[in-house]
Design a protein around this ligand. Sequence first.
Ligand code: DGJ
Length: 568
Amino acid sequence: MKMNSAVLAFLAVLLAAVTLQAQVAERPMPRIAKKDGRYALMVDNAPYLMLGAQVHNSSSWPSVQTKVWPAMEYLHVNTVEMPVYWEQLEPRQGEFDYALVDNLLKEARAHQVRLVLLWFGTWKNGSQHYMPEWAKLDPARFPHMIGRDGQAVDSPSPHSAAALEADKAAFTALMRHLKEADPQRTVLMVQVENEAGAWGSVRDFSPVAQKLFDAPVPKELLAAMKVKTETPTPNWLAAFGPDADEYFHAWSVAKYIGQVAAAGKAAYPLPMYANAALRNPLHPGAAGEPGTQGSYESGGPTDNVLGIWKVAAPALDVLAPDDYENDDASYLKVMELYHRDDNPLFVPETGGAGKERFFFTALGLQTIGFSPFGLDYTHRAASRSLNQGEPNRPQEEFLAPWAMNYRLIGPMMREVARLNFEGRLQAVAEEQGRVVRTLPFGAWEAIVSFGAARNNRGAGNPVPQGRALVAQLEDGSFLVTGYFCRVDFRPAGTEQQRKTQNIVIGTQQNPSAMIEGKWLHRQFLRVEEGGYENGAFKAQRIWNGDETDWGLDFGEEPVVLRVSLGTY
Ligand code: DGJ
């Protein structure tokens, strides 16, 4: 058949349009960036803060459960963490079913949120419960660990080459599919396995594992851990003494997961992370010794083996704490320990009444995301595992303290992420006994007080729930927001003056300081309440008089201020 030139020209235009459409639809790859020691998750080429929530383990199969979306909307999340299950993805070896993943993509897009997918593969909470049936029925290729007593443990051995290859193949298939199905980059990150490690034994004592344990420790690990022994090729016991069992298991699990991650990344290089069931950072017990005080899961990225994981699994961008610590001091210590020069802070799971305010502490540690767990059920269901002993409350009341965070930060998420990446932002939450906090910003100090009385002397809120965020926009101009707190500012002099002068802090008037013999008092030049629209701050109300005379007070309503300061 002959085509005339008009038809050919039309087809060429059509082809160009289709190609252009495909190009337009393909968004930049999400990635983790580092600058001046600070990290950001870059989404669509700009810093992004994951205001997240994780659904319950069984909430996305066979389809997203009905309570998920209303809860997510109420919470104002921008990112939802959802599991993808090996047993669903590969019901028969080599045959893949992408229906669940495709449904998650479709639903997330319809609800205008991004996703973090959780690969429930070889490990889920230390066990292999999400392995497909064909793997569960083949213990020769998919062996359980063997405990010290010779009994099988409810945890997969990391020493099976066949299991590793099978997991790599399945995970790679998932990533390859995402590459094709998600040019919009609905999925921002992937968690490789879930809380890997073993609860029931410190390591695998099978003959295969024992042989490796008695063999020399890999050189790169010795170098990274700066191990000095008489022999240059020590085995695990010689190199690490009483920590040998635990370090060996951490290395073995990390090495396995690092290879799964690398294989997936080769197909589609999304940022990847592993999450940790923590050990108590202040009073740790022993790894994998069930029934003993403080015993914790052995082999996962707990704070004491982060260095091992970094060497063993370089394909992982982040090692992330599931922060469920009960007491505030432990909870906060965890975030400090995972905020490292070689590791951005990301809190992929958290929970517990009263812990909501620590989202602000995480912001102060430049977190790239924060994600309470299991908020898609009623409190009654959630209380089974997470909030024992608390009275049942209606779902909205249970969600409200979490929702407050995202309702406030959501509309200016991009600005907050950018200011944090640029090192201009500080944020704090109320802690027992720390009711006044001073945040240094060069020539100014922000004074945050909780349960404020006159002169910024905090008394603490009746229930500690205060949260504050201050970011420097220009020299004397700040973005200020928070809940249940008062924020004020005091002149701090230049860096040179702070070093050489004895700066006297005034107490009697507006916040003031005597610098080089001269009193400088804070003066509000302009205080605007408003918010960001398309990247620009829009003022809706000007504060003065009663609203500014005692400092800037934040209650339970979401209020954002832009403040310009001078001195007299
Ligand atoms: C931590 C796990 O990672 C989650 O999948 C879930 O099991 C929670 N614990 C709470 O039960």
